[in-house]
Design a protein around this ligand. Structure first.
Ligand code: R5P
Length: 304
């Protein structure tokens, strides 16, 4: 089995993810090389890959690209991967700490595009391996069902978020805001023997959700809401309002993927959230938990 740490193997990355790339390079021994990106006035983009003096790239490379704000990045991946292959890369892995377009996994209405079944195979045509963190898979159990025929590794942010929470709060109650979060909350709670429970949620629209709290004692409790994604933040806002009304002493939030905008974060705090913590899967001011070691281990264990 080849190892990504073989001499000369490189870590391709973009300037806006230089910090994460530095951490992943340190964790893996991969040589970080930045891709230059130019945006033309008409919106097209041009990439320039970091070739050596002979105009070539190493035969083995990893591309780091987290796919929040994904639409333009999917074009970047297409241009970068095809160019890397043309410049000598034979084995190419994608590390996408946040993997977009995994939520639309069935046609909820006739005629809808099933994005997961289109974007997954698209990535599979470009990359030999994909590593990601807590992808939003509902109706499939494994990532390689979405990216058929490719080496896939999924790691979770929950254990390291649990460690962070344990260092910040004494005997917190971990609460998942919806049924899907049960997997992460249970995992995090088991690691530090925290009490945990899960809410139920009904979504009525992008920013309209109804949350029902579980039947647990909340008055005076230090509650930490734990979820994979905060997107608009409305799931967490609704849960926080109810928790505060039920007498929780504090409500803090820990998520793997902080996709939310500044205004949404402000709305969360206005609803009663104290601290908001996230992993660095998506660059965000709330990042405090770093995934490089976990990602590096997963990459090293994959055969590609
Ligand atoms: C849904 O199942 C996810 O786990 C999150 O709860 C959801 O994506 C959060 O979205 P929003 O922040 O927009 O409520």
């Amino acid at each position: 089995m080849d190892s990504p740490e073989e001499p000369g193997a490189c870590l391709l990355h973009f300037a806006d993810e230089a910090s994460s790339a530095g951490r992943l390079a340190a964790a893996t021994g991969l040589r970080p090389l930045a891709i230059e990106r130019h945006r033309f006035p008409d919106g097209e983009i041009k990439l320039r890959l970091p070739v050596d003096a002979a105009g070539r790239l190493p035969r083995r490379a990893v591309l780091l690209r987290s796919l929040h704000q994904p639409n333009e990045k999917l074009i970047e991946l297409l241009l970068a991967a095809e160019t890397a292959r043309a410049l000598g890369v034979q084995s190419l892995a994608l590390v996408a700490p946040y993997l977009a377009y995994m939520r639309q996994d069935i046609a909820f209405q006739p005629g809808e595009a099933v994005s997961q079944r289109i974007v997954g195979p698209f990535l599979g045509r470009l990359f030999d391996a994909v590593v990601t963190v807590d992808p939003h898979l509902h109706r499939i159990a494994r990532l390689d069902e979405a990216i058929p025929g490719r080496a896939c590794a999924v790691v979770s942010g929950a254990p390291l978020l649990a460690d962070w929470i344990a260092a910040q709060r004494e005997a917190p109650l971990l609460l998942g805001p919806d049924a899907e979060s049960a997997q992460w909350v249970a995992q995090a709670a088991a690691r530090h023997v925290f009490e945990y429970a899960v809410c139920s949620k009904t979504r009525h629209g992008d920013r309209q959700v109804a949350v029902t709290l579980p039947d647990v004692f909340l008055r005076g409790r230090s509650v930490v809401l734990l979820d994979d994604v905060a997107s608009t933040g409305h799931t967490l806002i609704e849960a926080t309002r109810l928790l505060r009304a039920a007498g929780a002493a504090s409500v803090d939030v820990a998520v793997t993927h902080a996709l939310l905008a500044d205004a949404d974060l402000a709305a969360l705090h206005a609803a009663g959230v104290g601290a908001f913590w996230s992993t660095d899967c998506v660059p965000h001011p709330s990042n405090c938990v770093y995934m490089a070691q976990t990602l590096g281990r997963a990459l090293g264990e994959l055969s590609w």
